[in-house]
Write a protein that binds this ligand. Structure first.
Ligand SMILES: CC(C)(COP(=O)(O)OP(=O)(O)OC[C@H]1O[C@@H](n2cnc3c(N)ncnc32)[C@H](O)[C@@H]1OP(=O)(O)O)[C@@H](O)C(=O)NCCC(=O)NCCS
Length: 185
């Protein structure tokens, strides 16, 4: 049995979250990212840039899944291109491998449609690409990416961007190097 059917999905705008919400979300993120280098300050539900909208997955009163979205313009091939930048993708460690991550990405895609984002964009380690690819995300593995990292340093020549065609087709994406002139979520 998967854990997805009993999950209730909620969208929350950033200004609608209070300290208790940040505590709950931050606790989930800290548990999910425990094996990574991303560190969460207690009471903070962000590590780098703040999202504008959260996708929250609940089972009963337990938060089991989370993703953050912020709309921003990337520079791509010299053009300004609107995307829904996605980050803080997390499933509770006790519920991983049940399909919840895939269900979360389905809700993220529907949310990007509601936000009128032509594309979704995210950065991830190459070993996570298969997880996103099965939900329609495409690796920009041959595309140089310049981005402001969580630590505020500008990172050149990263090749870990991924793209989701939402309201525009993949072949309409402006070819060429990508700049994210803002901090990673
Ligand atoms: C990545 C994550 C959200 C996946 O959630 P999940 O609920 O386990 O995902 P699903 O059950 O829907 O799994 C979907 C598929 O992705 C694969 N997958 C999941 N995590 C993976 C990982 N870290 N690396 C490679 N593949 C992964 C699964 O093996 C599964 O494939 P399969 O069915 O062929 O075995 C979850 O592992 C997590 O929270 N990880 C820690 C935080 C993190 O790294 N977030 C992403 C930052 S970019």
């Amino acid at each position: 049995m998967t854990g997805t059917s009993s999950t209730q999905w909620q969208l929350a705008w950033e200004t609608h979250l209070g300290p208790a919400d940040h505590e709950v979300v931050g606790a989930l993120l800290a548990r999910s990212y425990a094996a990574t280098t991303t560190v969460f300050t207690p009471g903070h539900s962000w590590a780098g840039a703040r999202p504008e909208l959260r996708v929250l997955g609940w089972q009963r009163d337990e938060l089991v899944a989370h993703a953050g979205v912020v709309r921003r313009f990337l520079r791509a091939g010299g053009h300004s291109q609107l995307v829904g930048d996605v980050g803080l993708v997390a499933v509770h460690p006790g519920h991983q491998g049940e399909g919840l991550g895939g269900a979360l990405l389905d809700v993220v895609r529907r949310t990007l449609v509601q936000l009128a984002a032509p594309y979704g964009f995210l950065t991830c380690d190459p070993d996570l690409r298969p997880f996103y690819a099965r939900s329609g995300w495409v690796a920009l593995a041959d595309t140089d990416l310049c981005s402001v990292g969580i630590d505020h340093r500008t990172e050149h020549d990263r090749r870990n961007g991924m793209l989701l065609p939402v309201l525009a087709p993949l072949d309409a994406w402006p070819a060429g190097p990508v700049e994210r002139n803002g901090q990673e979520i």
